[in-house]
Design a protein around this ligand. Structure first.
Ligand code: ASP
Length: 443
């Protein structure tokens, strides 16, 4: 939609005619572009929005990011057989998609994809630096580049009015590779100056999630599953009217269908509730996505790419609908550590400060914590928290005991019925209750 919202005479000699577009940001994740049928489905969704200006943020196709991670591992260990096998598999995967999208040979896009794979191959012969995260970002980022190039080529072929933009020139981050921190002011300036003017000529701009660049022009990534966040960044910086994340589920559900039957779709929830749910581990949207949207009051829709006409979930300012149904978040493979000062002294501020400083340097992320007079307990994901590592980090002043293979269940807006349901047949090892949330560590 094109809106002319300001017609102002700056002086008698000239006038200024400002044109603003309202636009929407769409994000399509890996599952929504996992094969040629899925790409065609994306095009059919975009057709429904032909009167809108759209920034389309894409993830890597299917499970390409995992494959690229394996490729980086093979580069690091200089395992040429493994590297060649993986690169060929990834290339064939994309060529198969191209072959079924384009009936006539489309040399341009084939050449572009070929060139990206040449770059990957060439990099194998170059020294793998000590900075693993840097090397990771230079390679793993290419999944999004390939995906966006293929979708863009297909949309052009289908006569959409569209352009392609490179997030490696628009999203500015610091130099924390694999977890780039956004430099908002610069990013906003780049998006306003380099991306938005493209809407004068095109209706859709295709770009990549997950990736950015440093001041020196090196590629960075924003952390796994970071494309939702990218959609939030583009929306914030371009003052979009809304963001839609297209998923393979009907919207945000009150529980993960993997663990619970009879899940209920949440029709509307507040930004605050969405942040709480994603903080506790609900995996539908990346936790960082909400803040920029909340800050500007930009609504977020989570919709099904399989049933695009269904309403999905809307995440917005109103908190009126948050408490309608309890929501459950389950985290498996949890480990509980009990940390006790060896000299039988109380757990007080000095101990806590010491423990936290040591934990911060270990990279262990705390999911729940609790203390008693003599002991401080934390629950973490098993994969991030090796007991031997923690024991050595805490040193000889603390005794550490642990219990693994636990389950952490968080219930928002709980009632006794839901507590009984999730804890049936299990032992409750730890419980924390506030007015709106209960957290149970179960064995
Ligand atoms: N492709 C990246 C990943 O799989 C980013 C994303 O899809 O959000 O983690």
């Amino acid at each position: 939609m094109l809106r002319i919202i300001n017609f102002s005479f700056r002086s008698y000699r000239y006038f200024c005619f400002q044109i603003y577009f309202t636009m929407k940001v769409f994000k399509f994740g890996g599952a929504s572009v996992k094969d040629s049928m899925a790409v065609k489905n994306v095009a059919s969704i975009l057709k429904r929005y032909s009167s809108d200006k759209l920034i389309v943020v894409l993830s890597a196709m299917g499970k390409s990011t995992n494959k690229l991670e394996e490729i980086v591992a093979a580069m690091k260990t200089k395992n040429i057989e493994q590297f060649t096998l993986l690169v060929n598999e990834l290339k064939d995967f994309h060529l198969d998609i191209l072959d079924s999208l384009f009936i006539e040979p489309h040399s341009d896009i084939y050449n572009e994809i070929e060139n990206i794979f040449k770059t990957i191959r060439k990099r194998f012969d170059e020294p793998f630096s000590n900075n693993y995260s840097f090397e990771y970002d230079q390679i793993v980022s290419l999944g999004e580049v390939i995906s966006s190039k293929i979708v863009y080529a297909y949309l052009c072929n289908q006569k959409f009015s569209c352009g392609w933009s490179d997030s490696r020139e628009l999203i500015r981050t610091n130099e924390k590779y694999q977890e780039g921190k956004i430099e908002w002011q610069k990013t906003e300036e780049l998006i306003k100056n380099k991306l938005l003017p493209k809407f004068n000529n095109e209706d859709i701009i295709v770009t990549q999630g997950f990736i950015g660049h440093t001041n020196e022009g090196h590629t960075t990534t924003l952390g796994r599953e970071g494309s939702d966040f990218t959609a939030g960044i583009y929306a914030f910086c371009s003052n979009a009217e809304s963001v839609t994340i297209w998923k393979d589920v009907p919207g945000m559900l009150n529980a993960d269908p993997k663990y619970f039957s009879n899940t209920i779709k949440l029709d509307q929830i507040s930004f605050k509730e969405a942040i709480e749910l994603s903080y506790y581990g609900a995996s539908v949207i990346h936790p960082k996505t909400i803040k920029p949207l909340q800050n500007k009051g930009i609504p977020l829709f989570v919709k099904s790419f399989i049933h695009p006409d269904d309403p999905g979930t809307i995440i917005h300012d109103s908190t009126n609908y948050d408490a309608l149904v309890p929501s459950f978040i389950v985290k498996k493979k949890q480990i509980l550590f009990s940390i006790r000062p060896i000299d039988f002294s109380f757990i007080a501020e000095d101990h806590l400060s010491d423990i936290f400083t040591r934990l911060a340097s270990s990279g262990i992320k705390i999911n729940v914590m609790q203390n008693s007079a003599l002991s401080f307990s934390i629950i973490s994901d098993e994969k991030d928290a090796c007991p031997e590592n923690l024991i050595s980090i805490l040193g000889e002043n603390f005794k550490v005991r642990y219990n693994n293979n636990l389950e952490l269940v968080t219930i928002r807006h709980y009632d006794q019925e839901t507590i009984d349901l999730v804890s049936k047949g299990k032992i409750v090892i730890l419980e924390q209750r506030t007015r709106k949330t209960i957290r149970l560590v179960l064995k």
